[in-house]
Design a protein around this ligand. Structure first.
Ligand code: PMP
Length: 434
């Protein structure tokens, strides 16, 4: 059945669409809690949540009820040209939790559109097409967002009219930040920012956009405080800071509700998507009123902020606040992170176990050095699937395993997944050093 679907997929969808698990792709047909079931009836513990999208989990009664209530009115959506009560209510809640005083919210259908919108605002208010971005970033799949994506494998076009200058990523396994203390890392990065501003830009840069933890880039993150140190420099030039919180928002990082809070800074604009919809298409920008209001002509999204997706978003936000899922992410994430670090300390193929909360990456290298080992990552990734655990892959060299389970993950489930991961990685380690 799934084989037939794969053949039909290949015959009708473009060749460049990525599919996990090669010739044995996964077709998920149902889910409950943190588990999904495939077309062959196999059950999996889900440590990837559809790329950190299923933030609450599957089949959550509160979310289904909110969506069903809207569907029961007979209106899926009419138009954002009319007042939408659910949109206003969700905007009020997001403005309140954003950390930005007097914030405004604009809803989109995806993270890409959210970033595109943030770029529109920043470039308009600053009357500049110059953007600072971070190497190894991912921000979307439109012309503009691909231009600020610092990852060759995900940047299929360079045709955007934006002028982009690059700042170093937080990679400490290799590259210039290797072996540096946090303080030195920040100093080198701020020096780089100063140099970029003094040399390759025309002095009127619109914004810096950064993911507090790089998602697609393999959960690489700079030391806490770096964005705050950058902001001091940016403020001298009036340059805006955009935090792309598409993966890091809503308490996922455990210690903080937003990733930016680890940096002692408040961004001018925050972009969000993925988890807030828990599967429904919902994204947006929340930001300073003066920046958000500065778009000179009417801008509109047919489906952005529709009643069904905002009903889902409201139920998700209420659920995660009512159940303090941020605290759960901190507690259960620590079990996973500490457990992995301890169990894998002697594995020669593991260069780094990193992340925070329920956003954890494991980077694989060839034993004895720091040469990326994508084949080891694939072997572990596939073995996990065979053992009933779904995880993600990523990183600049495709050598990082990514875990971003629903924030409702229980301690027992964390330990179950941990055991599978450790077994798979130790087996791969033994094979690599043999
Ligand atoms: N920003 C980040 C940090 C992301 O991880 C992604 C998606 N992987 C996007 C933006 C784009 O979001 P979408 O796929 O919803 O357009």
């Amino acid at each position: 059945m799934t084989e037939d679907l794969l053949a039909r997929h290949r015959a009708v969808l473009p060749t460049w669409m990525p599919l996990y698990y090669g010739d044995e792709p996964l077709e998920i047909v149902s889910g409950s809690g943190r588990r999904v079931v495939d077309a062959a009836g196999r059950s999996y513990l889900d440590f990837f949540g559809g790329v950190l999208t299923n933030m609450i989990g599957y089949d959550i009664p509160e979310i289904s009820a909110a969506v069903s209530e809207q569907l029961a009115t007979g209106v899926v959506h009419t138009s954002t040209l009319y007042l939408i009560r659910r949109q206003v209510e969700l905007a009020e809640k997001i403005a309140r939790v954003s950390g930005i005083p007097d914030a405004r919210v604009f809803f989109t259908n995806s993270g890409t559109e959210a970033n595109e919108t943030a770029l529109l605002m920043a470039t308009n208010i600053r009357r500049s097409n110059q953007i600072l971005a971070v190497r190894n970033s991912y921000h979307g799949r439109t012309f503009a967002t691909m231009a600020i994506t610092g990852h060759r494998g995900w940047s299929a076009s360079s045709l955007s009219p934006l002028q982009v200058s690059w700042l170093p990523s937080g990679d400490r396994v290799r590259g210039r930040m290797r072996g540096l203390s946090d303080a030195d890392h920040i100093e080198v990065a701020v020096d780089e920012l100063r140099e970029v501003l003094a040399t390759v830009t025309a002095g009127d840069v619109a914004a810096l956009i950064a993911e507090p933890i790089q998602g697609v880039g393999g959960f690489v993150h700079a030391p806490d405080g770096l964005l705050g140190a950058y902001k001091k420099e940016l403020d001298e030039h009036g340059i805006l800071l955009i935090a792309d919180e598409v993966q890091t928002g809503w308490g996922r990082t455990g210690d903080h509700f937003w990733g930016y809070q680890a940096h002692g800074v408040t961004p001018d604009l925050i972009t969000f998507a993925k988890g807030i919809g828990n599967g429904f298409a919902l994204g947006g920008v929340v930001g300073r009123a003066d920046v958000m209001n500065a778009v000179p002509a009417i801008s509109f999204s047919t489906y952005g902020g529709n009643p069904v997706s905002t009903a889902a978003g409201t139920a998700v936000l209420d659920y995660l606040l009512d159940h303090d899922l941020q605290a759960n992410a901190r507690r259960v994430g620590a079990i996973l992170l500490d457990g992995l670090r301890t169990a894998l300390a002697s594995c020669a193929v593991v260069a780094e176990v990193r992340g925070r909360g329920l956003m954890i990456g494991i980077e694989f290298v060839r034993p004895g050095g720091n040469e990326p080992a994508p084949a080891t990552a694939v072997a572990v990734f596939e073995e996990c699937r065979r053992s009933g655990l779904l995880v993600g892959k990523g990183g600049l060299y495709n050598n990082v395993l990514r875990m971003g389970p629903p924030l409702t993950l229980t301690e027992e489930e964390a330990r179950e997944g941990l055991a599978i991961l450790v077994e798979a990685i130790r087996t791969a380690d033994a094979a690599a050093v043999r």
